[in-house]
Design a protein around this ligand. Sequence first.
Ligand SMILES: Cc1cc2nc3c(=O)[nH]c(=O)nc-3n(C[C@H](O)[C@H](O)[C@H](O)COP(=O)(O)OP(=O)(O)OC[C@H]3O[C@@H](n4cnc5c(N)ncnc54)[C@H](O)[C@@H]3O)c2cc1C
Length: 322
Amino acid sequence: MALMRVAVIGAGLTGLTCASRLMRAGMDVRVFDKGRGLGGRLASRRLENGLRFDHGATYVETDDPAFLRTLEFVCARGAGTKTVWASGEAKYVGLPGMSSLVRPLAEGLPVTRRAQVTAIEWVQGEWRIFFESDTVQEQVDLVILTVPAPQAAQLAAAYPSLTSALDAVDFDPCWALMAAFDGATAHAGGDAALPESLTKLSVESDKPGRSSGASCLVAHASPEWSRAHLEEDLQTVADLLLSEVRRACTGASATPSYLSAHRWRYARTSTSLARPYLTSPDGRLFVGGDWCLGNSAEHAHASGTAMANAVLEAFSLRRRAS
Ligand SMILES: Cc1cc2nc3c(=O)[nH]c(=O)nc-3n(C[C@H](O)[C@H](O)[C@H](O)COP(=O)(O)OP(=O)(O)OC[C@H]3O[C@@H](n4cnc5c(N)ncnc54)[C@H](O)[C@@H]3O)c2cc1C
């Protein structure tokens, strides 16, 4: 296949699923992400003392055969593991952290991190990609945006048909608390026992492959709580969320050895697009993400796969016509 230059913006599960498939089909693919690491909302924070927190998705579960195949591939590469819970449900976690789940997909792909895309412009028959640093300008034939819909709408502003569809997608925010306690921390019960302010309380150190002398907790605030405290500073939110955690978790009364919060402004889709991706009328721009189909990793995988298939189909049609 003749080389087609493709830029994938976003190195989360959608972007890397799409990019790896296109690379394997022979396209010249490059990936850009504004973050320091890979994985997007499949996120892990590792402290210098070795403590780890998965402050985005806690685990991944699916019954989509294609995503299951990808997860089995990831596990075979040592980057994840399957755990069957007491309820009988199979859940996958990344090893050593959730962000590792995407690492096998990124193998062989040129991924530029800390590269925040500020604009894309079609100039003289190709895309120019502009970055916050102002130092790089990439030139490609096709751009695939895999960032949350509100951020995609800013980059796709030249296409009103795309922005009106993107504006209909909605997200809930989520404040996540990360707290470490020396010694063991008992979990007071399942998610059903949580106060209304919290949707999840995860004892990170109980997850496979996370051994340390401390108990690490991650708590997710509810959409309502997160929205009410959206613009507050990290320390205030961390202190407030810790008091909420103490209502649910008996072992969290001690002073934490580490305490921090992370704000996910676009955490979980509340209104999805209800189709796997968008494309501009001229076919030069694709836009996708979990928000196309739902609010979970399996939706990100499905969107990334559907976009890659559509690009390959369009490209082979163009080749046959030429
Ligand atoms: C708190 C929380 C809990 C969750 N729990 C679960 C769960 O239990 N199970 C589950 O299946 N899913 C869960 N999810 C959802 C899951 O994490 C997402 O569905 C999935 O990771 C989305 O992948 P994505 O690639 O579509 O988007 P993202 O992971 O958001 O990737 C988008 C990427 O684009 C990058 N980016 C954004 N703007 C720019 C720019 N201008 N330039 C360059 N790069 C840019 C970002 O840095 C990011 O890496 C949770 C999410 C959160 C936040």
